[in-house]
Design a binder for this molecule. Structure first.
Ligand code: IMP
Ligand code: MG
Length: 181
């Protein structure tokens, strides 16, 4: 029997499973940094909970910045176009940059951001994605750090939304399909 939340949602990854995986990712990122500084760039809004937890699992001198992009409209389907809504506050030239994203799906968002950030000549540019849906990829892009690789499922919670709802669920849950879908 799958675990179900008090809202009747099926849990894909529990808060405990997420915490364990995020701790492992933080340890790996800490090792790879070799004592150097880090700029963590969160992709609003979905990556906010992941960035908050991952940052505290990274033992290094780290700062935060955030960008916002629009790619998804209000439902489950991507429009295909990516637009920058909020740019970086600080330049990243010569810095070790870690782009933190909730989910790598078609790759359109991260391919766009990678190109944009590389134009600023960071020292290193790495990507951490909590979830990866490799079967949906359109752009040729992979994350350096992946929490969980999942099949083509629509998920909500731990920052991820459906029409802006459910971001505050502590677990990663499956989006129930509407009756008749
Ligand atoms: P991409 O540009 O297709 O890789 O899309 C990445 C963005 O789409 C993510 O940052 C999410 O905001 C959104 N997204 C993709 N799959 C899901 C999902 O299963 N649930 C919620 N949001 C998703
Ligand atoms: Mg997102």
């Amino acid at each position: 029997m799958p675990t179900v939340t008090n809202q009747g949602l099926e849990v894909l990854y529990s808060r405990q499973q997420i915490a364990e995986r995020v701790a492992e990712m933080g340890a790996q990122i800490t090792r790879d940094l070799n004592g150097e500084r880090l700029v963590m760039i969160g992709v609003l809004k979905g990556a906010a909970p992941f960035l908050a937890d991952l940052a505290r699992a990274i033992h290094a001198d780290a700062t935060f910045d955030f960008v916002a992009v629009s790619s998804y409209g209000s439902g489950q389907r991507s429009s295909g176009a990516v637009k920058l809504i909020k740019d970086l506050d600080q330049p990243i030239e010569g810095k070790n940059v870690l782009v933190v994203e909730d989910i790598l799906d078609t790759g359109l968002t991260l391919a766009y951001l990678r190109k944009l950030f590389l134009q600023q000549h960071p020292k290193t540019l790495r990507i951490a994605a909590l979830l990866d849906k490799p079967s949906r990829r359109i752009e040729n892009i992979n994350a350096d750090y992946v929490g969980f690789s999942i099949p083509n499922l629509f998920v909500i919670g731990y920052g991820m939304d459906y029409a802006e709802r459910y971001r505050n669920l502590p677990d990663i849950c499956l989006m129930p399909s509407a009756p008749g879908e």
